[in-house]
Design a protein around this ligand. Structure first.
Ligand code: SAM
Length: 286
């Protein structure tokens, strides 16, 4: 990286950070809720960051979006109604709508500007999903929506920012209480939950705060290169305690039948993703 090259350095961890070489900045502005930047990077394609924290890149977004969508949806097997909280870049909506049995997907995003700028500068993420008649987009704070909505969902996915700023409320007990309220019996909740090696407290607090509302709470993982520091954890919650242990043959049959093409997710990865390293087990069993 030549000296005069523009650089973006992430502001998430104390005394340690990843840096991106910038080819050019495509958009940068303070929105009603956060600072938004989208830039063309040297090595990860187009990249979006909010409040100095990397949200998504064109090169590795498929890993995160495929796992957060397909693990809960193939575990459920017949989800018709899905709710997404956050997810303004549209990558998760894209993956959810690949499931033809999903008749309806509501996405509740707090910041219209994130959706608009990602459709314009990161079009491959949503890939037209925002125009899909099965998609219903609501601009609102996720906690407000789950505390007041009058419908229930088979699967609820929280694709939020970290528990800082507008995303903080999405890691609280009142939010999880709202999730319980909006889940159909046997429904599944999954949520981004940070990089466990660097954000261990997030694993502990989520376990403590989610457990009172759902019979089975756990985590699954995947390594996403630009969520630096090791494996990304996804929170899992359901009253259907069998949903986390769907046999590999059943997952393989559902995957084959769906005809969905993936680049990271597959039934074997699914079957193994709930196996947690000991330091995470120790953290959640405290
Ligand atoms: N995958 C990313 C990660 O793991 O860090 C998250 C990406 S997604 C762009 C995060 C979205 O959550 C943003 O569009 C942000 O505006 C939205 N968001 C943050 N707080 C929210 C809230 N309280 N209600 C709804 N959406 C929220």
């Amino acid at each position: 990286m030549s000296e005069q090259q523009l650089q973006f350095q992430e502001k998430l961890h104390d005394g340690w950070a990843q840096t991106f070489g910038i080819k050019n900045v495509l958009f940068e502005s303070k929105t009603d809720h956060q600072h938004l930047i989208i830039f063309e990077s040297v090595s990860f394609g187009r990249v979006m960051a909010l409040d100095g924290i990397i949200q998504t890149t064109e090169r590795d977004e498929f890993i995160y979006h495929e796992m957060l969508a397909h693990v809960p949806l193939f575990a459920h097997g017949e989800a018709k109604d899905v709710l997404i909280i956050g997810g303004g870049d549209g990558g998760l909506l894209r993956e959810v709508l690949k499931h033809q049995n999903v008749a309806h997907c509501t996405q509740v995003e707090i910041d219209q500007a994130v959706i608009d700028m990602c459709v314009e500068y990161l079009p491959n993420h949503s890939a037209g999903a925002y125009d899909n008649p099965r998609a219903n987009i609501v601009i609102d704070d996720g906690i407000n929506y789950v505390q007041n909505c009058d419908r229930q969902f088979d699967v609820i996915l929280s694709d939020s920012t970290d528990p800082i700023g507008p995303g903080e409320v999405l890691f609280t007990s009142p939010f999880y209480e709202g999730i319980k309220r909006c889940l159909k019996p046997g429904g599944i909740f999954a949520a981004q939950n940070g990089v466990s090696f660097m954000q261990q407290d997030e694993v502990k607090t989520t376990k403590q705060r989610l457990s009172p509302y759902l019979a089975d709470t756990h985590f699954f993982t995947a390594a996403v290169p630009t969520y630096v520091g090791g494996i990304m954890t996804f929170a899992w919650g359901s009253d259907n305690t069998a949903a986390r242990n769907v046999p590999l043959e059943t997952l393989a049959a559902r995957y084959a039948e769906s005809g969905i093409k993936t680049r990271f997710y597959n039934p074997a990865v699914h079957a193994g993703c709930f196996a947690l390293p000991q330091y995470v087990v120790d953290a959640i069993e405290g």
